[in-house]
Design a protein around this ligand. Structure first.
Ligand code: B12
Length: 222
């Protein structure tokens, strides 16, 4: 299935701040039989990345970006799977945007994919201080926390979470997944902030969490 024309149409609706047109388009795409997960990775993600490039060149306004984010939220809510792809295993995992970061879309997509893959997701939302990640992980018995950051400045706040995990003697037992657009442009940031692993988009997040969970429990790699 060639999805590029649809990604282009969604992008056009975004820069025209035409939320109703985007809603109609999404219904048309779903009616043609596209799986919701593919709609996110093959249509929404590329449209947002393209928008982000334009913003980097100062070619779109904050208002256009804001409506684009609303459209992306609409797509996300429409694509939340009503049935799980696999039987739930209910392993707890904690996710959130790190302190000072309010780019919620990527994190929410990650949450949708993890829930669909059977995880018990504890989503702490935006602007989450390191203590809250660690306290929640201990409370629910999670072996992995996932911190999302979209900006270079906020990504560096993840270092504080790494330091806290180590200071509490949890290194090795509580793994730190990191992600967000900035890690895709600057892969060296993963090591700089002390991350144990990352993936470029939500389609790889289930496998990453399983790998880190197995490492934390000293099990053979899945
Ligand atoms: C949409 C957007 C916004 C929206 C956010 C709306 C929302 N509810 O999320 C709004 C308008 C609010 C916004 C605000 C700002 N933004 Co902004 N924003 C963007 C934009 C265009 C897209 C980000 C996005 O949603 N991408 C789509 C998602 C789906 O992709 P993703 O985030 O990469 O997520 C995927 C993967 O990374 C991965 N993933 C994500 N998280 C995690 C976590 C884990 C654990 C794992 C494993 C994987 C994973 O899976 C996701 C799904 O596939 C980017 C441009 C870009 N190129 O990224 C700028 C961008 C990130 N923003 C930027 C800036 C500067 C700002 C503002 C400071 C602007 C301002 N002047 O106020 C504020 C700051 C807000 C803050 N403190 O956080 C800059 C950052 C520059 C830098 N180098 O650090 C960017 C790069 C734009 C630019 N080129 O200048 N923004």
């Amino acid at each position: 299935m060639n999805t590029k024309p649809w990604a282009d149409q969604l992008f056009n609706a975004m820069i025209n701040t035409d939320r109703p047109a985007a809603a109609v388009l999404i219904e048309q795409i779903i009616a043609q039989g596209m799986a919701p997960e593919c709609l996110i990775t093959d249509i929404l993600d590329p449209a947002l990345v393209r928008l982000g490039r334009l913003w980097g060149r100062d070619s779109v306004s904050l208002a256009q970006t804001f409506v684009a984010a609303k459209i992306a939220e609409d797509v996300l809510l429409r694509c939340v799977p009503t049935e799980r792809a696999t039987a739930p295993h209910n392993t707890p995992v904690v996710i959130g945007n790190i302190e000072d970061d309010f780019h919620s879309l990527g994190r929410r997509i990650v949450g949708v994919f993890l829930r669909a893959a059977g995880w018990e997701v504890h989503d702490l939302g935006n602007d989450v201080p390191p203590e809250q990640f660690v306290d929640k992980a201990l409370e629910v018995g999670a072996s992995v926390v996932g911190a999302s950051a979209m900006m270079q400045t906020t990504a560096l706040n993840i270092r504080k979470l790494r330091d806290l995990i180590d200071a509490r003697g949890l290194q090795g037992r509580l793994k730190l997944a990191v992600g967000g657009a900035v890690f895709n442009w600057r892969p060296d940031l993963v090591a700089e902030v002390g991350g144990d692993g990352t993936v470029q988009n939500a389609s790889g997040v289930d496998a990453l969490m399983h790998r880190l969970q197995a490492e934390a429990k000293g099990e053979p790699k899945p």
